[in-house]
Every structure is written in structure tokens, then in C-alpha cells.
Design a protein around this ligand. Sequence first.
Ligand code: HEC
Ligand code: HEC
Length: 282
Amino acid sequence: MLFFDPILSEDSSISCASCHKPEFAFADTLPFSKGVHGRLGARNAPSVMNMASRTAFFWDGRAGTLAEQALFPIADANEMNLPVTEAVKRLNNSSKYKQLFVKVFKQNPSAKNLGVALAAFQETLETSNTPNDRWLNDEPAGLTAQQERGRDIFRVKAKCFECHFSPDFTIDDFRNIGLFNGTTLNDSGRYKVTKDPADIGKMKVPGLRNVAMTAPYMHDGRFKTLREVIDYYDNPHTLVPDALNRDSVLLQPLGLTEQEKQDLEAFLHSLTDDRFIKRSSN
Ligand code: HEC
Ligand code: HEC
């Protein structure tokens, strides 16, 4: 209820679901989401599905738990712009929420149990009904022949597996893929949290489940399609020749053929949960 309720925003216009839209695997279709008064933030809203096993949250990992994370967007001036104390007051003034919190937590609404409640909902958003999961389990309706080829490319030639490791396709760490040059691309990512120069330009490696549903891509939503993402990885230097600190895995161009790019893209589609595949209406 809280995730979908605009009560947590300054003017009661924005809920978590305004930016984390259920039909797009709880991500946003805009590069930068609109918060209260039409304000724009500086980063792309990621999917909040398959968060239960993550160890850090936000592109720069500034929150350590989902419960801690949940309070940031409420207070963020570009998102919900409501002091957390004010949000808690509103919940205590609502007889509906007050009753529910007492029922669940045996306590009145507080900042702590508000975060825990939002985290508990998001922890239910795990997805595993995908062609790739079925293929791994030797079940019917697994990968197509093209997706199987794409899976091999993902693992070996394209080196995606080095960072996007199973089961959720992330190593739960921070890497610099070359989208930082200190001038036109200047979100220093993980460095903002650690102040360690080795972290300049590193971002959290996002999981890739349901990635076909969550365009646009990257921390700044710069790529509109998976094909643009694949073309970027094929030779990051073409787009950003002056990147600083790009990861050593990505120093050499991959040299993917047209067929290999298509196969890789087909594999990425095999990570989409059945719930997002439109059923025929007859
Ligand atoms: C105005 C749009 C907006 C609203 C409203 C919003 N978010 Fe987000 N959310 C974002 C953006 C943008 C990011 C990435 C920000 C960053 O990394 O600095 C994000 C990141 C997250 C993440 C981290 C995901 C990851 O992979 O690390 C979680 C979890 C999350 N939001 C949950 C919530 C919850 C819960 C609410 C409601 C209390 C909420 N969001 C409200 C835009 C929004
Ligand atoms: C060196 C580690 C590394 C390698 C190798 C790597 N990635 Fe990534 N990937 C990342 C990081 C870090 C990000 C986020 C970067 C950003 O937003 O600036 C990312 C982002 C993505 C995204 C965008 C996801 C989203 O929700 O916006 C996709 C899709 C993706 N990678 C696919 C791939 C594919 C396909 C390959 C192989 C061709 C690959 N990655 C290789 C680390 C890596």
C-alpha cells in the first residue's frame, strides 16, 4: 500500500510506483524520472525487482539495506521532498495506517518500520519464470537455439559474465565501464561515497533480470535500446575515447559480428519473466 501511495510525497502527487512502474519491471521509461513539481533527478530509475539478494543500493551504493534505502527518496528534494519525520507524522495521523502498523509491528508508524515495510514489499518482487531459468533446470520452453548461442557469447567472447554473474546477473560490486570522462560525463559514482580515487566513475553493476523491460539503460539512461548497449560494449572507445579509469576487462574491442550481436540481444530477452510477456487474447 505504501509503495503505491502518494501520501509519502510533499504534495501527495508522487508514489514510489510513479518512478518504479510495475508494468516495466518496476523501472521508469524516462531517462530521468519526474518527482514533485516536475523536478528531474540526475540518474535513471532502476528496476526494484530482484533486490532481495543485493548488498548495496543506488548506482553509487550509498545505502546498505533496502530498509535504509527506502527513506532516501521520501526526503530527496527532486523526488518526494517530504522530511521523513513529516511522513511518519502523516502515517500516525491516518487511522488506516496506524491500525495496520500496530497490527504488523505492534508499534506506531516510525521511520524504522516505514523502511522495513517498504523493503518487505520489494523483497516479494523476485522473478524466476524465465526461459533461461527453465533451460538451466532442463525444463521445457527454455532457450531457443539463437538464445543458446547468445548465452555462450555473453559468457565467453563478450565477457559480460565477468560482471553480470548468475543468478541475478550481477557480481554485487562497482565497476567503471567507461561512461566517465570528468567533463561531459561527470557522475563519479562510487567515488562520491568512498572518496577513493580508484572508485572514480564506478557504478553498481545492475542485475539483468527483466532487462528487456527496463529501457532506457545505464545510470544516465543514455541508451534507448539493448542494441545500443551491445554496440557500446563492442567498442566503448568509439563513443567515449577520453574515458577515465575504464575497467581493464573492457580495454580491447570485442569484435562482435552482426550475427553475434543479434544472438546476444536474443539471450538478454530470455531473462524476462513470463509475467511481462503479453499473452495472446484469443
Ligand atoms: C522521482 C522518482 C523516484 C521516486 C518517487 C522513487 N524512486 Fe527509487 N529510484 C529513483 C532513482 C532515480 C534511483 C537511482 C538513484 C541513484 O542511484 O542515485 C532510484 C533507486 C531506487 C532503489 C535502488 C535500486 C538499486 O538497484 O540499487 C530502490 C530500492 C528504490 N529506488 C526504491 C524506491 C522506493 C521504496 C520509493 C518510495 C519510497 C522510491 N524508490 C521512490 C527514482 C525514484
Ligand atoms: C567490467 C564490468 C562489466 C562488464 C564486463 C559488462 N558490464 Fe554491463 N554493466 C556494468 C556496469 C557497472 C553497469 C552500469 C554502468 C553505468 O550505468 O554507468 C552496466 C550496465 C549494463 C546494462 C544496463 C542495465 C540497466 O538497467 O540500465 C546492460 C543491459 C548491460 N550492462 C549488459 C551487459 C552486456 C550485454 C555485457 C557484455 C557485452 C556487459 N554488460 C558487460 C558492468 C559490466
